[in-house]
Every structure is written in structure tokens, then in C-alpha cells.
Design a protein around this ligand. Structure first.
Ligand code: GLV
Ligand code: MN
Ligand code: MN
Length: 409
């Protein structure tokens, strides 16, 4: 069969309409997981999926599954999907593109009257971002068995709101069990969120795996005291200690290229300009594509903490999330590469730097990903940008890779 193309204008229009839900003044999107805006985004998406003839189910962790029937409904579906939640200062494409690309695949199949042997299923995974509720990739993590449903429902945000209660509140605590999901194959389309495709002038990234991650919470305790009366040599300033730790995280990442290290969240207590900070809560995010290197970064972090503690403050480190580097399924990777070649796009193999739901889906199903370029490699930023042509390319590759696996009848 000749390689098919999706409807580029329709995909782009859908992206722009979805981006209005939580749209920010700087052209980005703020649609945090399980907020009223997340509810609105989910409802719009379900309306579109039903209009495209899909049946819709919601599971107990809020994952949405939209199915286009196949000729043999006893076969596992060929799946795609991503997430609709965003960072607080997120863009219009991170996650959303992968969901709406799935919808566009179904719409194109409808236009062309294509029937497949396997059903087609589009997933919206709950809380991929891990911003409001940590860690990330919760919905796919529960389905893969990495997390228990109960521990995820009991997770709280920074205001103490429980994820399970928020899920109920927005009407997405569904009835479908989280166990027993299967895919014949699963593909996730995503903007690259990094600079490599643009630098190499490639239209498509054939994603062969994802780097490993370690997430920590650290609480540093010093002693609150008066900013004007406490001599410098008698202070135990938790903010100074945490600043030293931030610099150590940077040093550790730079010592283990191409590893990354980030402190993105910090709370200063009591956060008063004339009281020396007594307690700091902060996040630490370490990543590396090679597990042994990630282990070395973890060891270096623990050594750095001992060093800083020797100067006075106590530091409680909670290493609450880890996943090892992921290697995607060879058949799925080949299906993506072949679709790219058939469509005539330039391409390169690439490793995902971000976390993606596909990383957890690959625990239980043959999986791979498709990347497309984004302007200056910038993501997790309101200015995140890509073009209609770039979105069209990744989505057409998705369509053809899915058709290969789903078998056209
Ligand atoms: C998710 O966006 C992550 O990689 O942190
Ligand atoms: Mn994403
Ligand atoms: Mn993201």
C-alpha cells in the first residue's frame, strides 16, 4: 500500500482549539493535571473522539481509552496516545500533539474508508507531567504495574489535595479496571523537546529508547533566627545549604555527560525577609541514558549531601522515584523508520530525554516513539513552538506505522 498522509489543516486546527483551554498570555498553556481546565480538555477530546466513531472508556486512575473497532475485536488493539496535562508554564504541543495525532489518524482512516484487523485505541494518560502531583507518568505507571492504584490515588499536591479526590471531583474516576490492558503495538508521537533534530536538519526522530531518571525530595533543616542580630558565624542558614546543594547537582550532571541535573522546585520556610531560613524543601531530578552512570550520579549526590551536612544543617533525602533507561521494541522502531522512509522524510535515531508514557507502556507491550522538531529545542516553556508541516510529518508517520501493525483488510 502507498504511504498515506493525514489531514494537516485539521490536525493543526484541533491543536489550536485545544490550546485555548488554559491558554496563557504568552501563547502557552497551563492545564495542570486534574484541574477544572484538565476536565474541559478531556471533555472536548472525548466529544471529538465520539464524533469520529470511537467508543470511550475511563479507568480507575482517569486514563481515557477511545477505540475504533477492528475486524477482529478479540485481538489486542494497536495503540497510540500521550497526555493532555501541561506544565504550569507549558506549551501547546507537549503531550497534546500525541493525543490529537492519534485522533487525526482515526479521522484519516474514516475519510479513506480504511478497515483494520486489529482495533485502534487512543489513550489519554493521567498526569504525565508530574508537576502538580509527583512523580510523572502516573496513569501509564499504574497500568504497567510500576505504581499501585492506591498509592497514586493517595498522592497529594502542594496544597494537600488528594489525587483520588480531585479525580472524583472532575468526574474522571472511571470504572474500567487498570489491570489487563494489552496492545499489539503502541506508538507515541511527541515533539522532541530538545535541539538535536533541528541541529541535524531532520524531519523525524526514530526514538530507540528513553534515558533513566531519579527523582528526590530533600528537606534541609537549619535554624531560624533574626536577620539583624545573628552574627554570620553563628547562623545555620538552610537556604545557604540548599544553594550549595543546587550547585552540586549542576556539578554532578556536568561530570557525567550527557547527564542532566535540575532543581526546579523549592519552598523556603518561613519565607520572611528578616528571618534566616530554617527549612527548605526542594526537588532534585537526575537523568542519564546509561544506568551505571545514573547510579554514579546518585552516589555523588549522596556524598555531596554528607559534605554539606558536615557544615551544620541536616538533610533528609527521599529518593522516591527511579526508572532505568528504556529500550524500545525493535519491530516497532523498524515500523516507524520504514514509514518515515516510505513518506520520504529525513530522519535520525534518537533517545528521549524527557519521560514519556510510552516508556511505561513498553513494560507490557511492544512500543516505540516518533519525534518531530521544535523551535530552538525549547519545551516546558510557553514559547514552545513547532510548525504545521512538522506536526503533519510525525502524524503521517504514526498513521503508516499503525496501519502496518494493525493490518489493513
Ligand atoms: C516530563 O515531562 C518529564 O520528562 O519530566
Ligand atoms: Mn510530554
Ligand atoms: Mn512535559
Amino acid at each position: 500500500m502507498e504511504a498515506l498522509k493525514i489531514n494537516s489543516d485539521r490536525l493543526w486546527d484541533s491543536l489550536m482549539v485545544m490550546a485555548k483551554i488554559g491558554g496563557t498570555a504568552k501563547g502557552g498553556c497551563c492545564r495542570l493535571a486534574l484541574t477544572d481546565l484538565d476536565k474541559q480538555g478531556r471533555e472536548l477530546y472525548i466529544k471529538w473522539a465520539e464524533e469520529a466513531g470511537c467508543t470511550v472508556k475511563v479507568d480507575a486512575v482517569g486514563n481515557i481509552m477511545c477505540t475504533r473497532p477492528g475486524e477482529d475485536m478479540s485481538l489486542p488493539p494497536v495503540g497510540t496516545g500521550s497526555h493532555l496535562d501541561t506544565q504550569p508554564t507549558g506549551g501547546k504541543f507537549d503531550g497534546v500533539y500525541g493525543v490529537l495525532a492519534g485522533l487525526e489518524v482515526v479521522r484519516t482512516m474514516n475519510d479513506q474508508g480504511i478497515k483494520t484487523k486489529h482495533p485502534i485505541e487512543i489513550s489519554v494518560w493521567t498526569n504525565e507531567e508530574g508537576s502538580r502531583f509527583a512523580p510523572a507518568m502516573m496513569g501509564s505507571g499504574v497500568v504497567s504495574g510500576r505504581f499501585t492504584l492506591q498509592e497514586i490515588l493517595d498522592t497529594k499536591d502542594v496544597d494537600g489535595l488528594r489525587l483520588g479526590d480531585e479525580l472524583e471531583r472532575i468526574g474522571f474516576a472511571g470504572e474500567t479496571p487498570v489491570t489487563g490492558r494489552q496492545f499489539h503495538a503502541f506508538f507515541e508521537t511527541h515533539i522532541e523537546q530538545g535541539p538535536y533534530l533541528e541541529a541535524e536538519e531532520k524531519q523525524v526522530g526514530v526514538v530507540t529508547g528513553g534515558q533513566g531518571q531519579r527523582w528526590y525530595n530533600a528537606v534541609l533543616t537549619g535554624r531560624e533566627s533574626h536577620a539583624g542580630t545573628t552574627p554570620m558565624h553563628l547562623r545555620s542558614d538552610a537556604l545557604i545549604a540548599s544553594s550549595q546543594l543546587v550547585l552540586k547537582v549542576e556539578e554532578i550532571a556536568k561530570a557525567h555527560p550527557p547527564g542532566c541535573g535540575t532543581v526546579g522546585f523549592m519552598q523556603v520556610m518561613p519565607n520572611s525577609r528578616n528571618t534566616i531560613p530554617g527549612e527548605i524543601s526542594m526537588s532534585i531530578d537526575l537523568r542519564h541514558p546509561i544506568d551505571e552512570e545514573l547510579t554514579k550520579m546518585d552516589e555523588a549526590l549522596k556524598a555531596a549531601i554528607k559534605e554539606i551536612e558536615a557544615t551544620g544543617p541536616t538533610i533528609a533525602l527521599d529518593p522516591f522515584w527511579y526508572y532505568e533507561p528504556i529500550h524500545f521494541n525493535e519491530d516497532c522502531v523498524n515500523a516507524v523508520r520504514q514509514a518515515t522512509v516510505d513518506l520520504g522524510y529525513s530522519h535520525m535515531d534518537i533517545i528521549a530525554g524527557a519521560g514519556h508514557d510510552a516508556c511505561y507502556v513498553s513494560d507490557f507491550a511492544p512500543t516505540s516513539m516518533i519525534f518531530t522538531p521544535c523551535l530552538d529545542g525549547i519545551s516546558h516553556n510557553e514559547i514552545e513552538s513547532t510548525t504545521q508541516e512538522e506536526c503533519e510529518g510525525g502524524c503521517s508517520v504514526l498513521l503508516n506505522a499503525m496501519l502496518t501493525m494493525a493490518e489493513v483488510v
